[in-house]
Write a protein that binds this ligand. Structure first.
Ligand code: ADP
Ligand code: MG
Ligand code: ZN
Length: 475
């Protein structure tokens, strides 16, 4: 029997507001523990939450970016559970009437487009962090009450590859519309994967297992693949109904397996009720207008690069693969570098030289530096070959001082005809025997002459050298 996997994803995106969702404490990451706290986010009795308007705007922005319905009226609910990093013993979230509903996004897998439906996206507050050290467990509440957008997909994905394509697309959208830094290491973009299997052709949904808190694409893929295999094995050995139950599992990144954490709670377990401390949210037309996304989406940028800038589709995909890359590229164009050479020099030359931990952000080359290098090529001031040496030196010295380096390294291309001609004359004079051989049919010697001229001029424009040499020899 063959099976198919059924995958639905819940993604928590930390919104990049300056302050928390229900109080005015800072949301900065990595501060000393428990300094960004106040009575509200500490859950002290009597403290009242006040909704941060910016968080609502960012939710609207997301909704409009994925063609969703934005509910003008929504409500906040209390989701009750006890955990040490949740001081109020309830999380303020949305249950009925989330702010965003019925969206979609298009992924591409193996060259084919597929639509993944987004059930809902709602606003909620994050919990604090438990830190386990030696025999202690400590609680840091800096993160408590930080705004999250929880984005829940329909169970529309059929493989870990589709799941990863969906997550990458989502990641890129929230970065492009600038509602989150989506830094996965810092937990600003984390995913719970729901996985079930079913016999191919069957349309009903089988028992799902939820794998919690995955925060790297690599581990998400491994966790999903492991889980699919575990469920299929269990079916094939006749133990499916015994083994597979609705539960929450954790992925052990060391061993590469998932492990049961707890029985999955049902929504009734949370005793949801609407939070009496908060008004229902009404988005008026003005707020709606302020929130609607006007930034260029990843696909829109890709299409513009292909259709307007005439960049080949493969390169355009690389250039729009992250916001940093696209911004770097566009900034080069603003400094006046040509589209064609900027594309090649960013993708093939600069990215091609970056290894390991070194990336576009920390390599020391600025968009302006690379743009000026490209402009000097555009202007024929340096040859492509010299530019390669130049870029090596720029990286080595972490310098963007292009014009000084060109001088220092003597890379300036000789475009001046008189300099090329005088070099040609002296080379030909010194090799009169070879001229005779060339004239009697030894064509290969042309390359020899070009080489000699290039050497003596230290990098004349090769096209011009060829042309002038041809004229001289044929005259
Ligand atoms: P909960 O918070 O209880 O996990 P949600 O409704 O927030 O519930 O999320 C449920 C997720 O599980 C959704 O992404 C949904 O698409 C997915 N899902 C539901 N049923 C299945 C199933 N049988 N197999 C795989 N995924 C499923
Ligand atoms: Mg879930
Ligand atoms: Zn606070």
């Amino acid at each position: 029997m063959s099976f198919e996997a059924v995958i639905g994803l819940e993604v928590h995106v930390q919104l990049n507001t300056k302050t928390k969702i229900f109080c005015s404490c800072a949301t900065s990451f990595g501060d000393e523990p428990n300094i960004n706290v106040c009575p509200t986010c500490l859950g002290l009795p009597g403290a009242l939450p006040v909704l941060n308007k910016e968080a609502v705007k960012k939710a609207i922005s997301f909704g409009s970016a994925v063609d969703a319905t934005i509910n003008q009226d929504s409500i906040f609910a209390r989701k009750n559970y006890f955990y040490p990093d949740l001081p109020k013993a309830y999380q303020i979230s949305q249950f009925e009437k989330p702010i965003v509903a019925n969206g979609k996004l298009i992924i591409e897998v193996d060259g084919k487009d597929k639509t993944i439906n987004i059930t809902r996206a709602h606003l909620e507050e994050d919990a604090g962090k438990n830190i386990h050290e030696d025999s202690y467990s400590k609680v840091d509440l800096n993160r408590a009450c930080t705004p999250l957008l929880e984005i829940v997909s329909e169970p529309d994905m059929r493989s870990s590859d589709e799941a990863i394509a969906y997550l990458k697309k989502l990641h890129s959208i929230v970065r492009f519309i600038e509602i989150s830094d989506a830094n996965m290491q810092e937990g600003s973009f984390r995913c719970d994967a729901n996985v079930s299997i079913r016999p191919l052709g069957d349309t009903k949904l089988y028992t799902r297992v939820e794998i919690k808190n995955l925060n790297s694409f690599k581990f998400i893929k491994k966790a999903i693949d492991y889980e699919i295999e575990r469920q299929i094995d269990s079916w094939e050995s006749g133990k499916y109904s015994e083994d597979i139950c609705q539960e929450t599992r954790l992925f052990d990144t060391q061993k590469g397996i998932t492990r049961s954490m707890r029985d999955k709670e049902e929504s009734a377990d949370y005793r949801y009720f609407s939070d009496p401390d908060l008004l229902s949210v009404h988005i008026d037309d003005e707020l709606m207008k302020e929130g609607i996304n006007i930034k260029e989406l990843p696909d829109e940028k890709l299409n513009r690069y292909i259709n307007e800038l005439k960049i080949k589709s493969d390169s355009a995909k690389v250039l729009t693969s992250s916001l940093e890359m696209a911004n770097f590229f566009e900034s080069m164009l603003e400094f006046g570098a040509s589209v064609k050479n900027s594309t090649t020099w960013l993708i093939n030359e600069l990215l091609g030289r970056l290894r390991g931990e070194i990336n576009l952000q920390n390599c020391g080359i600025s968009p302006e530096g690379l743009a000026i290098l490209v402009k000097r090529i555009d202007e024929n001031k340096i040859s492509g070959k010299s530019a390669k040496d130049l870029l090596d030196t720029m990286l080595e010295r972490q310098s963007n001082d292009v014009d000084s380096l060109i001088k220092e390294l003597g890379l300036e291309q000789v475009n001046d005809d008189s300099a090329i001609i005088s070099s040609i004359d002296s080379i030909l004079q010194a090799n009169s025997d070879k001229i005779a051989e060339y004239k009697s049919g030894k064509d290969k010697l042309f390359g020899f002459f070009v080489g000699q001229v290039m050497k003596s001029t230290k990098g004349a424009n090769p096209a011009r050298v060829n042309e002038l040499l041809r004229q001289k020899l044929d005259s």
